[in-house]
Design a protein around this ligand. Structure first.
Ligand code: FE2
Length: 432
């Protein structure tokens, strides 16, 4: 509340508090761009102030204080000099040492472990969540319940994060209000969807999506510098994550994103490569990857131009959304045409990938080219929209609300689809 409003509208007690100049926390805190030794903490207040972060290894010793320059409502503080794989307690506040968020057991973060060695890692993945609806809440609550209120190591948002045009108010409802607890405790790594692009521009790095997220452009979190927040990569333990912009960046094979992707893939030495972007290369859900007219050709372009680069670079898993359903492929390689051109040779393994079925998908260790990848559409974290759900690359296609849980432990990657009723409806494993 602005001070002037306090003068006019409220009584003496409230006026006293306002006169102290204490702004109200209206967004966050939320964690961004986590690295082994740094963390970005962001929050918003209703009035400008100099923001402080208080942090430490325990609640009692959370006494280190870092601030940003100037008085702002959009607060961004970079903590540096942190230890890897370490839990920190923190709070955000103002220059007058008024703490807007309490330091409690639910306000902590754990820095990523040293890059390279394996560490059991849990990743939550949601696609097209941003409806701000009961469906979105059900998917969220089902995961929280299924995961026993444990915090995942990190989480991915596959685009269409806030309907219908990615405005700041829509982000407030569908992201910052919806996931307040998780945002404060686990770093979020998003990608841009077509609806987010209603209020953002990748070419100029402007608009709401680019304003509200702090993403690595300089390779701060691992990988090669991309020079843009539209696409970027980062490392976590033995995993290399790549975020691409399938919406608003040149998708041609000679474009800057493709050139960066080739170099980034060639430079990684991690055991696993997980790539995520919005438009699915294979889908028969609420979108059809066999139609060049669908979404301005983006699905076809990502398949024809980008998949060959990813598979040459040894990608293991590709996560997308856009179709509001769950679709999961067999272990595939080299299918860049329409589904009518799919051949038996494109299947590296036509089993179910399950320990209790035909067995995990097998790859040799490292990231050798063309050993196969699994393609997952997970676009039903906020709504479901049906479709034919019969793309022949897929082992399973479901018109169900839900989200994906990805576990990577050493030489094993396991993925699960959890419905809005916290039921397990799909799972598979890749083993190296
Ligand atoms: Fe979309």
């Amino acid at each position: 509340m602005k001070r002037a409003a306090c003068f006019l509208a409220l009584g003496l007690v409230v006026f006293s508090a306002c006169a102290l100049g204490t702004p109200k926390l209206i967004r966050g805190p939320y964690l961004q761009s986590a690295t082994t030794n740094s963390m970005v903490i962001r929050w918003r207040t209703d009035d400008s102030s100099k923001g402080l972060v208080r942090y430490g290894l325990t609640e009692a010793t959370a006494t280190n204080v870092v601030s940003h320059a100037g008085k702002l409502t959009e607060h961004i503080v970079l903590l540096t000099g942190l230890k890897p794989a370490t839990r920190y307690f923190y709070a955000v506040g103002t220059e007058t040492n008024v703490w807007l968020s309490p330091v409690t057991n639910t306000m902590t973060f754990v820095t990523p472990p040293p890059v390279g060695p394996a560490k059991p890692t849990r990743i939550w993945v949601i696609g097209d969540p941003g409806t701000a609806s009961a469906n979105q809440r059900a998917v969220r609550d089902a995961f929280y319940r299924w995961n026993r209120a444990e915090v995942p190591d990190l989480w991915l948002m596959l685009g269409d994060n806030a309907y219908s045009a990615g405005t700041d108010a829509q982000y407030q409802a569908a992201v910052f209000h919806m996931y307040a607890w998780l945002l404060a405790n686990s770093p979020l790594w998003p990608t841009l969807g077509n609806h987010d692009a209603g209020s953002a521009n990748s070419g100029t790095q402007s608009g709401v999506y680019y304003d509200v997220f702090t993403l690595p452009t300089l390779g701060q979190a691992g990988g090669l510098p991309s020079g843009t927040e539209a696409y970027y990569s980062f490392d976590y333990a033995n995993i290399h994550f790549i975020c691409l912009d399938s919406q608003d960046t040149d998708r041609s094979p000679t474009g800057m994103m493709a050139e960066w992707l080739r170099d980034d893939l060639a430079s990684t030495a991690r055991d696993w490569i997980v790539c995520f972007f919005h438009h699915p290369p294979y889908t028969k859900g609420s979108h059809d990857s066999d139609k060049l007219s669908d979404s301005g050709g983006r699905l076809v372009q990502m398949r024809e131009n980008i998949l060959p680069i990813l598979e040459q670079g040894g990608v293991d898993l590709v996560l997308t959304g856009h179709s509001h359903c769950y679709e999961r492929s067999y272990l595939l390689d080299g299918h860049y045409g329409y589904s009518t051109n799919l051949t038996a040779g494109n299947f590296k393994d036509r089993g179910d990938g399950r320990e209790d079925g035909s067995g995990p998908y097998r790859k040799t260790s490292g990231t050798k080219p063309h050993e196969g990848a699994v393609y997952v559409v997970a676009g039903s974290s906020g709504q479901r929209s049906g479709g034919k759900l019969n793309h022949p690359v897929n082992f399973l296609s479901l018109n169900r609300l839900g989200s994906v849980v990805l576990d990577i432990n050493g030489q094993e990657l396991s993925l699960k689809f959890i419905t809005e009723k916290a039921q397990l409806r799909d799972y598979f494993t890749i083993r190296k």
